[in-house]
Write a protein that binds this ligand. Structure first.
Ligand code: IPE
Ligand code: IPE
Ligand code: MG
Length: 255
């Protein structure tokens, strides 16, 4: 891994928010005759190399998918490994993140009773420790599902309705956005998924409505800051339209 990004990327056109579906840990391990959990362990240095790359590029928001609401369906050993791994990772890395000026936020159902109390405590203390940092916000999408996030938003909107604070006719997109887990988080311009899978797997369903997706075959433990820069360079070559249209032939002949 290089200490600085060596890939050619336009540093004046860096997306403010990048989301990453960190996938392929199990396959990385299996290919080496290792247990899947060793793939998760090897995902940590990849993640922190990406954090340094994101800081070098000036990314403001980095959201990483660390555990989905569907990942509870994995075998008990893998799930409990991942819970303990998150505890240890926060303990190992919280000061480093704090020293780098990174604000740590979690999005998802952290208070789920299946989440060990020790992990809930570590999450809250990492968030508190880094709350005033402004260099970059790193969001851990943990016990996160895009559908549950929307369901939770609906519940809170319904509560406002019942409390008489809102009328049905007043509900618009902004109302929903105000009730998502992190209302102040800008939509990601770019979502990266590693390991060759080409699906969202319930990541940022509302927020990524107009995100560019970059899919790379690289397995997460092999990902690093240069791979991040390569994905951003691919994003920079995209033509974002947001539903609009440009008829160049017409404008040229009319002009
Ligand atoms: C992503 O890697 C990490 C988590 C979902 C926690 P996987 O564990 O999904 O690895 P593959 O997709 O089985 O290779
Ligand atoms: C998505 O990956 C969740 C995370 C990366 C945390 P999965 O490996 O769980 O998704 P599927 O099962 O391939 O759709
Ligand atoms: Mg996977």
């Amino acid at each position: 891994m290089a200490d600085r990004i060596t890939v050619d990327v336009d540093r004046d056109a860096i997306p403010a928010h990048v989301g990453i579906i960190m996938d392929g840990n199990g396959r990385w391990a299996n290919a080496r005759g290792l247990h899947r959990t060793q793939g998760h362990a090897r995902g940590e240095p990849a993640l922190f190399d990406v954090v340094h790359g994101a800081l070098e590029l000036g990314i403001e928001w980095l959201t990483v998918y660390t555990f989905s609401t569907e990942n509870w369906d994995r075998d008990e050993y893998e799930v409990s490994f991942l819970m303990q791994f998150n505890v240890d990772l926060l303990e190992r890395r919280k000061d480093e993140l704090n020293d780098l000026g990174v604000r740590v936020l979690f999005m998802g159902d952290v208070d789920d009773e299946r989440v060990p109390q020790e992990l809930r405590d570590r999450i809250r203390s990492a968030e508190e420790l880094t709350a005033d940092n402004t260099t970059m916000t790193m969001v851990f999408a943990f016990n996160y599902g895009g559908r549950v996030e929307i369901v939770d938003a609906i519940k809170r909107v319904a509560a406002d309705l019942l409390a008489g604070e809102l009328r049905p006719g007043e509900i618009d997109e902004q109302t929903v956005m105000d009730h998502l887990y992190l209302p102040d988080m800008p939509d990601p311009e770019l979502v990266i998924r590693t390991s060759g899978e080409q699906r969202t797997s319930n990541f940022l369903l509302w927020e990524a409505a107009y995100s560019e997706y970059v899919f790379t075959p690289v397995l997460w433990p092999d990902f690093d800051r240069d791979e991040l820069a390569r994905c951003i360079a691919e994003y920079q070559g995209r033509d974002r339209r947001f539903g609009g249209a440009v008829d160049e032939s017409f404008t040229e002949s009319a002009g």
